[in-house]
Design a protein around this ligand. Structure first.
Ligand code: CA
Length: 225
């Protein structure tokens, strides 16, 4: 497993290199964002660990450039502690995962193993419909970079709708997947939650993403049904 570490701070880079090598990866180091974009575009890496603050170009720009070239190498971004907005920016730019500094090397290894196991298929980690993004492992929902506060049930409801994006989700499916009901409780439970969710994700944003399919269920889609 060939990993590119993009980090200009020598001690952090060396620590990552040692830790990843000990875990069985083959790590290389690049110290500039622009150099890293060229390397990742021309070489074959299984994953990339990328700092955000870098000379040449910053990590977010590097990720955007790679994705605009249709390069889908899994990228784990490293961000300074507590910079939630920056992390959401990172995911919106097309990164697959992020980790706050300071981090434990074991955590980096675990995240890289998850990313490389997925083999570039990042659907399980980050769901996206238009500018709505759901970071499932970190439990973060955002639209257009703005974070959305969701209850656990609302989060699960949105996760199911996003997994089925573009397809109609019957009420029975939502009851089963979100509430574990294999029967219709005969209440407007689903409708109440859909209304709350719609307020949170669609109010003040266009286009509307959560559609009601009368008599059938609901659908999350960029395009109106
Ligand atoms: Ca740095």
């Amino acid at each position: 497993m060939r990993i590119l570490i993009v980090e200009d701070e020598p001690r952090t880079a060396a620590g990552l290199q040692t830790g990843l090598a000990a875990a069985g990866f083959t790590p290389e180091i690049s110290t500039r964002g622009d150099d890293a974009v060229e390397l990742i575009s021309t070489q074959s890496y299984d994953a990339v660990v990328m700092d955000i603050m870098l000379p040449g170009c910053d990590g977010l720009t590097a990720v955007r450039r790679l994705r605009s070239r249709s390069n889908s190498t899994p990228i784990l971004l490293l961000s300074a502690l507590g910079e939630v907005d920056q992390r959401i920016d990172g995911l919106n730019a097309g990164a697959d995962d992020y980790l706050a500094k300071p981090f434990a090397i074991g955590e980096v290894v675990a995240r890289l193993q998850a990313l490389t196991r997925r083999g570039g298929d990042t659907k399980a980690i980050l769901l996206r419909v238009a500018d709505l993004a759901l970071d499932v492992p970190h439990r973060i929902a955002s639209r257009g970079g703005r974070q959305i506060e969701l209850s656990a049930r609302e989060f699960r409801l949105l996760e199911v709708l996003m997994q089925q994006a573009g397809q109609v989700c019957p009420r029975s499916l939502l009851l089963r997947e979100v509430w574990d009901y294999n029967f219709d409780p005969g209440t407007n439970l689903v409708d109440v939650y859909i209304r709350k969710l719609r307020e949170k994700i669609d109010s003040g944003s266009t286009p509307a993403l959560l559609h009601t399919i009368r008599g059938v269920g609901y659908m999350l889609s960029e395009n109106a049904p």
